[in-house]
Design a protein around this ligand. Structure first.
Ligand SMILES: Nc1nc2c(ncn2[C@@H]2O[C@H](COP(=O)(O)OP(=O)(O)OP(=O)(O)O)[C@@H](O)[C@H]2O)c(=O)[nH]1
Ligand SMILES: [Mg+2]
Length: 654
C-alpha cells in the first residue's frame, strides 16, 4: 500500500474546495466563518478512495493571500500537489506564490486542474491550457497533466481521477526513515478519551501502545492509545499518512502551534545553517535581515545572516545562518519558506544544512568552503560519509559515534555502514565496544601538538629523561572534559609510538630517542647547589637566599628550578609544600625517630623528638609530615600536642 498525501494549491476562489468535494463528497470548509465569507481559512482534511480500494490523504489549503502561513503548514507534508486554476481567470498572484512555495518545499509531482470550464468556451480553455504550460515550464511541474474540469457539471472528473491514479502509480516510495515525526496541525479533546492530535506523518511510523514526545519542551512522554487513518481505526501509521492520534497524558494547554510529536526526544535548536534561494519577485535582502521562518506548522521571527554573499539576490542558492526567536525542533534537509517580517510577502525558500551549527561570527574562507560542500552533499542520498566528515570538522576534538549519529539523525545501520566504509574520509578509533571518530586533519593537528609539547619540554628541561604522562597531556590538549578524550589520546599515543615518533619512559611519553644531556658545567653547578643546600643543616632552607647566590653564579631562576627538580629526581632533596630539605637529613632523622619509637606502643610526644634533634619546631613538624606520607608513622593531635606512633611499615623499615 502506498502512503501518500495530495495537497491543493491555487489562487483564492479558483475552486479548490469545490473540486475536493466533487472528488470525495466531503466539504472541507467546515467552519462557520468559512461558510459566511465563502473562502477557506483553515486547512481541510479528507481522503480519496482509489479504484484499487486503497486511499490517499488530502489537504485542502486556503488560497487567500492572508493565509499563506496556513497553506505552508499544510503543504509541508504533501507528496504531490493538485494545482487549481480557474479557466475564467487564469494565472493569478497566489497561483504563482503557491507554485513557488510548492517548488521550494521540494514537491516534484503534481497535476493541474483547470476548473470552472463550464463558464468559458472551448477556445478559452485551450488558451488557458497554453498559458499554464508556459507558466509551468521552469517549475517542478513542467511535465504535469492539465485537466479541464467542472465541479458544477462534473465534466472532466473521471479523467482527473484517472490522472491522479496514474500519477500515484508513478510516485516512488519515500526513502526509509526510522524516525517518527509529525507536526500537529489540529488538537481537540474527545469526551472520555482525552486529546487527539492530527497531522501528516513526515517520517517513520508509529503504532498504538508506543510512547511519543511532544516537542520542543520538556514534556512528559505520551502514550499512543489509538490511531485513525483517513477516518478508520488502524494499529499503525506510516510516513505519508494523515493520522489522528489519541494520546494518553496530553493536555491541550501543553500544546503550542508549531509543535511536533516524535518517538525520539529530538534536540531543540534556535539557530540553523541553511541554503536559501529567493523567488523571482524582485527582492533583495541585505547581509542581515529579519524574516518570518516557516517549516511545517512552526513559525518564528528570525534574523538571517548571509554567509557566502554580502547580500541575497534572486536566483541561485545562498548560504545563511538563521537565528530563531523561539526554539524549534527541526532536522537537516528540512525544507522551509521565508516571508518578510510583516508576513505579507513570500520571499523564498530553502533547506536546512545544519541544525546544530556553531555561531559563525566570522565568514572565513574555510567556513564558506565547508558549508558550500555541505549544502551540495546533504541532499544526495548515501552522503552520510561526507556529512560525518563535515560534522567532525566543526570542533577540534574526537566525537563518539553516538554523538554523530544523534546530531545527524543516522540510524544504527547507516552509522555502521559509514564507519565500516573502506573509502571513508575520517578516522575511527575503537575503544572497547565504542567507536571514536575524528577528522583526519584534526588527528594530525593533535599529533603535531603532542610532538611540539614534548619537544619544547625536552628543550626546556634537557636534564630530564622523562616526558609527560597521559593525564598531563590530556589537560594540555584540552581533552580532559571531552567524552573519551583520554582514551582517544591513549590510542593516538600508541599509534605515534608504532610510527616511531615517540616512546614510553617510566610511564611518560618522550620524543623517540630523547636522552638527557648534562654538560660538565651543569654538573658542577648542580653539585655546588647541593652543597649550598646542605650548608643549611637543620635550619630552614631559604629559597630567596639561594636564588641570590645563584644569580651571583650566573645561574638563572629557570636553571635553578630545573636543577632542584633534577636533585629531587635523583633522590637528593625532597620538596614539602613550599619548602625543601636535603634527603640526608630526612634519612638521618628517620633512623633517630624510629629508634625513639622502638618498643613504645603508646607513642611519643613530638617534643621528645624535637629535643633529641635539637631542631626547630618547624623542621620537626615538616619531618613528621614527610614520615607520615611515607606511612612509617601516624600521628594524633596537633601542634605541640602531637603524638607520634610507629606503624607496621615503620616497624619493618630497614
Ligand atoms: N461555475 C463553476 N463555479 C465553481 C466551480 N468550482 C468552484 N466554483 C465556485 O467558485 C467559488 C469558489 O469556490 P471554492 O471551492 O470555495 O474556491 P477555493 O479555491 O476553495 O477558495 P479558497 O479556498 O478560499 O481559496 C464558489 O462559489 C464555487 O461554487 C466550477 O467548476 N464551476
Ligand atoms: Mg477553499
Amino acid at each position: 500500500m502506498k502512503h501518500l498525501i495530495m495537497g491543493t494549491a491555487g489562487h483564492v476562489d479558483h475552486g479548490k474546495t469545490s473540486l475536493i468535494k466533487a472528488l470525495t463528497g466531503f466539504d472541507c470548509d467546515t467552519h462557520k466563518e468559512e461558510k459566511t465569507r465563502g473562502i477557506t481559512i483553515n486547512l481541510g482534511f479528507t481522503s480519496l478512495k482509489l479504484s484499487n480500494g486503497e486511499s490517499i490523504g488530502i489537504i485542502d489549503v486556503p488560497g487567500h493571500k492572508d493565509f499563506i502561513n496556513t497553506m505552508v503548514g499544510g503543504a509541508c507534508g504533501i507528496d504531490f500537489v493538485m494545482l487549481v486554476i480557474a479557466a475564467d481567470s487564469g494565472i493569478m498572484p497566489q497561483t504563482v506564490e503557491h507554485m513557488n512555495i510548492i517548488n521550494a518545499l521540494g514537491v516534484k509531482k503534481g497535476i493541474v486542474a483547470l476548473t470552472k470550464i463550464d463558464l468559458v468556451d472551448k477556445e478559452l480553455i485551450e488558451m488557458a491550457k497554453y498559458e499554464i504550460m508556459e507558466f509551468l515550464e521552469n517549475t517542478s511541474l513542467h511535465n504535469a497533466a492539465v485537466i479541464g474540469v467542472s465541479s458544477i457539471t462534473g465534466e472532466g472528473k473521471e479523467e482527473l481521477i484517472a490522472v491522479i491514479e496514474n500519477l500515484i502509480s508513478e510516485i516512488e516510495i519515500k526513502e526509509k526513515e526510522d524516525l517518527f515525526r509529525m507536526y500537529i496541525d489540529r488538537i481537540f479533546s474527545v469526551k472520555g478519551f482525552g486529546c487527539v492530535v492530527t497531522g501528516s506523518v513526515l517520517g517513520g511510523s508509529i503504532e498504538t501502545g508506543k510512547d511519543v514526545f511532544l516537542l520542543p519542551g520538556k514534556n512528559q512522554k505520551l502514550r499512543v492509545r489509538s490511531i485513525e487513518r483517513h477516518g478508520a481505526p488502524v494499529e499503525k501509521v506510516f510516513a505519508g499518512d494523515r493520522a489522528a492520534i489519541n494520546l494518553i497524558g496530553l493536555k491541550t494547554e501543553d500544546f503550542k502551534r508549531g509543535m511536533i510529536i516524535s518517538d525520539k526526544e529530538l534536540k531543540e535548536t534556535q539557530m540553523i545553517d541553511a541554503s536559501i534561494s529567493l523567488f523571482d519577485n524582485n527582492s533583495e535582502l541585505p547581509l542581515w535581515s529579519t524574516v518570518t521562518f516557516h517549516s511545517g506548522t512552526f513559525e518564528s521571527m528570525a534574523r538571517m545572516h548571509a554567509i557566502n554573499k554580502d547580500n541575497i539576490q534572486e536566483k541561485g542558492n545562498v548560504i545563511v545562518q538563521i537565528h530563531f526567536e523561539k526554539p524549534a525542533v527541526l532536522l537537516n534537509k528540512d525544507k522551509f519558506i521565508i516571508r518578510n517580517s510583516s508576513g505579507d510577502k513570500t520571499l523564498g525558500g530553502g533547506y536546512i544544512i545544519d541544525v546544530t551549527p556553531l555561531h559563525h561570527k566570522k565568514r572565513t574562507t574555510a567556513l564558506i568552503e565547508n558549508l558550500s560542500q555541505l549544502s551540495e552533499t546533504i541532499l544526495s542520498e548515501n552522503s552520510h560519509n561526507d556529512l560525518i566528515k563535515i560534522e567532525l570538522k566543526k570542533e577540534l576534538r574526537p566525537f563518539t559515534a553516538e554523538e554523530i549519529a544523534d546530531n545527524l539523525n543516522l540510524n544504527t545501520d547507516q552509522l555502521k555502514a559509514a564507519i565500516t566504509d573502506p573509502n571513508k574520509n575520517f578516522l575511527v578509533y575503537q575503544i572497547d565496544d565504542k567507536e571514536i571518530l575524528i577528522d583526519k586533519g584534526f588527528n594530525d593537528t593533535f599529533k603535531n601538538k603532542i610532538l611540539k609539547i614534548l619537544q619544547e619540554y625536552h628543550q626546556e628541561f634537557p636534564l630530564f629523561e622523562n616526558g609527560f604522562e597521559v593525564g598531563e597531556l590530556t589537560g594540555k590538549l584540552a581533552l580532559a572534559k571531552i567524552k573519551h578524550g583520554k582514551s582517544y589520546l591513549n590510542l593516538l599515543l600508541k599509534k605515534m609510538e608504532s610510527e616511531g615518533l615517540i616512546e614510553n619512559f617510566k610511564n611518560t611519553w618522550i620524543i623517540k630517542g630523547h636522552k638527557p644531556s648534562i654538560s660538565d658545567q651543569v654538573l658542577n653547578e648542580i653539585n655546588w647547589l647541593e652543597k649550598e643546600i646542605l650548608q643549611y643543616g637543620i635550619q630552614k632552607v631559604i629559597i630567596p637566599e639561594i636564588e641570590e647566590r645563584c644569580a651571583a653564579q650566573k645561574i638563572s631562576k629557570h636553571q635553578l628550578k630545573m636543577y632542584l627538580s633534577y636533585l629531587n629526581r635523583m633522590g637528593k632533596i625532597q620538596f614539602f609544600q613550599n619548602d625543601l630539605i636535603h634527603s640526608d637529613l630526612v634519612n638521618k632523622f628517620r633512623t633517630v625517630l624510629l629508634g625513639q619509637l622502638k618498643g613504645k606502643e603508646a607513642g611519643i610526644e613530638i617534643n621528645e623528638f624535637k629535643e633529641k634533634l635539637n631542631a626547630t619546631k618547624y623542621l620537626c613538624a615538616m619531618l613528621v609530615k614527610i614520615y607520615e606520607t611515607e606511612k612509617i608513622i601516624t600521628t594524633q593531635g596537633s601542634g605541640i600536642e602531637t603524638k607520634i606512633f610507629i606503624t607496621q611499615t615503620g616497624k619493618n623499615y630497614s
